[in-house]
Design a protein around this ligand. Structure first.
Ligand SMILES: [Zn+2]
Length: 180
């Protein structure tokens, strides 16, 4: 990806992060503030992070794995397998290229909120436990879930496209016809 495209994704991510942060201040914790936001484009970076850093709550997003132009084609975004099928906080189908990045940002800000709440409440729970799930589901419903198309229809369409691709690979005659 060239630097102009990266700059476009960075601008989008920063605007989105500030919008979510403003929501957190309005609806959850008035004094919550992300003191560190890092958008990391290293090729080796696989997983994003969110939590408490030396100077306060922060997130660090592995951009390479989240930013891809799908050109309007349907794709599946996956969450952790233990809650991938959850209608509120699980994976989903979409055509919008920014949705995967949105999901990862919301996931990591929910971790930042979680660790912030530990500090305030002097109580801890598991990284993907009920406290985190509650924050994540609030953010998902406020910012992402209502924008998604009907997931049953999307799943059918995705399967149809997948079957077509498999069919083309199996039948060399169709493959030749398709490439013309
Ligand atoms: Zn997580």
């Amino acid at each position: 990806m060239n630097s102009l495209e990266k700059a476009k994704w960075n601008k989008y991510a920063n605007d989105y992060i500030r919008k979510v942060e403003a929501f957190c201040q309005r609806e959850i914790y008035k004094k919550f503030k992300l003191s560190s936001v890092k958008l990391d484009w290293s090729i080796n970076r696989r997983s994003s992070r969110g939590g408490m850093y030396a100077d306060g709550p922060g997130i660090n997003i592995a951009m390479m794995g989240c930013c891809r132009d799908h050109k309007g084609q349907i794709y599946r975004v996956y969450e952790y397998s233990s809650f991938n099928d959850d209608p509120d906080i699980g994976g989903f189908y979409t055509r919008r290229s920014y949705d995967k990045l949105d999901m990862v940002i919301l996931h990591e800000i929910a971790h930042a909120l979680q660790y912030y709440s530990y500090k305030i409440n002097r109580h801890r729970c598991k990284p993907h436990g009920p406290v985190w799930k509650n924050f994540y589901s609030r953010l998902r419903n406020a910012f992402l879930n209502y924008t998604l198309e009907n997931q049953h229809d999307m799943a059918d369409e995705y399967q149809r496209i997948k079957d077509e691709i498999v069919g083309i690979k199996r039948d060399p005659l169709i493959a030749r016809a398709a490439s013309k």
